[in-house]
Write a protein that binds this ligand. Structure first.
Ligand SMILES: [Zn+2]
Length: 141
């Protein structure tokens, strides 16, 4: 499945805009690279490392940005554990974990793609996967 369309805000459906450090709409006092922003919603998201105007996902409000971090705090240790203790390369380890997460989620799963209720559901899947690694595979954080 390809990347969904992230050209509009998932909360208000307005078109989102790229901003750069120094712009009025830029959401941070420091330069964290270009950010795609919905100003009225105070929602934003970063861009791909290699393609500075390609959003990593849907713009997200603070609450959802926090939940995305929670998903990563559950998922990232799993692929790091696969690298360290199962001797998998980073790319393979990440792919495995995201495939497992996607299987639980029912479609391609990325924290930065989701907001609202779907993000809540993804967070639940990440928790389930983390528990599975702990209980069945010997994962310890
Ligand atoms: Zn909006």
């Amino acid at each position: 499945m390809g990347q969904p369309d992230f050209s509009t805000c998932p909360y208000c459906f307005r078109f989102v805009d790229p901003t750069f450090f120094g712009d009025n709409a830029y959401p941070y006092p420091q330069d964290f690279g270009p950010r795609i922003v919905c100003v009225p919603c105070k929602a934003h998201v970063g861009c791909h490392y290699r393609n500075l105007l390609r959003p990593l996902g849907a713009v997200a409000k603070a609450e959802d940005r926090e939940k995305r971090k929670q998903v990563h705090s559950l998922i990232d240790p799993l692929w790091e554990w696969l690298m360290r203790y199962k001797k998998k390369r980073k790319g393979k380890a990440r792919d495995q974990v995201y495939q497992e997460l996607s299987a639980l989620f029912g479609r391609e799963a990325h924290a930065s793609w989701e907001t609202g209720e779907e993000l809540d559901r993804l967070l639940g899947c990440a928790l389930e996967l983390s528990n599975h690694y702990r209980q069945r595979r010997g994962f310890q954080a």
